[in-house]
Ligand binder design. Structure first.
Ligand SMILES: Cc1cc2nc3c(=O)[nH]c(=O)nc-3n(C[C@H](O)[C@H](O)[C@H](O)COP(=O)(O)OP(=O)(O)OC[C@H]3O[C@@H](n4cnc5c(N)ncnc54)[C@H](O)[C@@H]3O)c2cc1C
Length: 305
């Protein structure tokens, strides 16, 4: 019987590992299909405390993993296939077998939705981003595009006007889902332009983004625009299918935790990071939640004993 199984190896999972390993709980981390999590594709991270120089996301995650390993964390590079609560413990099913554990920390993240067009992968983290808060500052005096028509897209566009020369909002429908309050923020901003109803068909450039090919959704006409960055703000998919029966989910499928804790509705199952955070979705907030989940799991185990 293990003490703690952590599912996910992004900032939340690895921080939970550091804390539970230092508490002598010998945690096991399932790394999943993306060891290191979302930051692995970020070429430049500038806002993680304690790292004054710009750092490659993969190097930052390797450092955090090393720290967790130094304290005795075990790693399994597999996707967990099933999590089941038995009589007072959990059964974790993975390709290599079944593990029994007293507690589980869900740290499976939330995937930023993509445009799913050719060339997007090539430029993801190199001009195409799913996070304006993270990457906006890299586009000072540049022309950027925001794709989306909901509150997040409009908020992102508003935020990006602090840095960019011009922000073009591209939305596929001829109406916007964003609230009037959000729209008011950008309506009279001279830096903001609109292209509605357009979709991005192709991202253009050699090594960096230089433009996009757009299609008008009503007329079918195509046009090319010049831009240096594309922010895709069309929502996130929290990776919660493993926990659908064990945790309460909100309408966007993020895990709901009990106020001021990382507890879910199932005793012994804790959640940390983007998987339970529809609002902030930052590496440092994920790490902070990972710390909380570790301390909550530690207390839960102490009470069992
Ligand atoms: C391009 C980009 C740039 C970013 N830049 C910044 C930045 O500069 N600063 C910042 O603070 N934030 C940044 N972010 C946001 C930040 O990366 C996330 O907020 C953070 O990674 C969330 O951490 P997490 O641990 O909750 O989840 P994630 O990092 O998403 O990790 C989830 C983990 O769960 C694993 N997993 C999923 N399903 C399973 C399963 N079934 N079994 C086992 N494992 C599973 C995955 O393999 C992965 O390891 C950026 C995000 C992106 C996409």
């Amino acid at each position: 019987m293990e003490n703690v199984v952590i599912i996910g190896s992004g900032p939340a999972g690895l921080t939970a590992a550091i804390y539970t390993a230092r508490a002598a709980l010998s945690p096991i981390v399932f790394e999943g299909a993306t060891p290191g999590g979302q930051l692995m594709v970020s070429l430049e991270v500038e806002n993680f405390p304690g790292i004054p120089e710009t750092i490659h996301g993969a190097v930052l995650m390797q450092n955090i993993k090393q720290q967790a390993e130094n304290f005795g964390t075990g790693f399994i590079t597999e996707d967990v296939q099933n999590v089941e609560k038995k009589d007072g413990y959990f059964e974790i099913t993975a390709p290599s077998g079944i593990i029994k554990t007293k507690t589980v920390i869900a740290a499976t993240g939330a995937t930023a939705r993509r445009l799913n067009i050719p060339t997007e992968d090539k430029f993801y983290g190199r001009g195409v981003s799913g996070c304006a808060t993270c990457d906006g500052a890299f586009f000072r005096d540049k022309n950027v595009v925001v794709v989306g028509g909901g509150n997040t897209a409009i908020e992102d566009a508003h935020f990006l006007t602090r840095f960019a020369k011009k922000v073009t909002i591209i939305h596929r429908r001829d109406y916007l889902r964003a609230s009037q309050a959000e729209l008011e923020k950008v309506k009279s901003n001279p830096k903001v332009e609109w292209l509605i109803p357009y979709v991005v068909q192709e991202i253009l450039g050699e090594n960096t983004v230089t433009g996009a090919m757009l299609k008008n959704n009503l007329t079918g006409e195509t046009m090319q625009i010049a831009c240096d960055g594309i922010f895709v703000a069309i929502g996130h998919d929290p990776q919660t299918s493993l926990f659908a029966d064990l945790a309460e989910l909100d309408d966007q499928k993020f895990i709901i935790t009990r106020a001021k804790t990382t507890e879910t509705k199932t005793p012994g199952l804790f959640a940390a990071g983007d998987v339970m955070d529809p609002v902030y979705k930052q590496a440092v907030t994920a790490a902070g939640n990972g710390c909380k989940a570790a301390l909550d799991a530690q207390k839960y185990i102490e009470n069992l004993e």
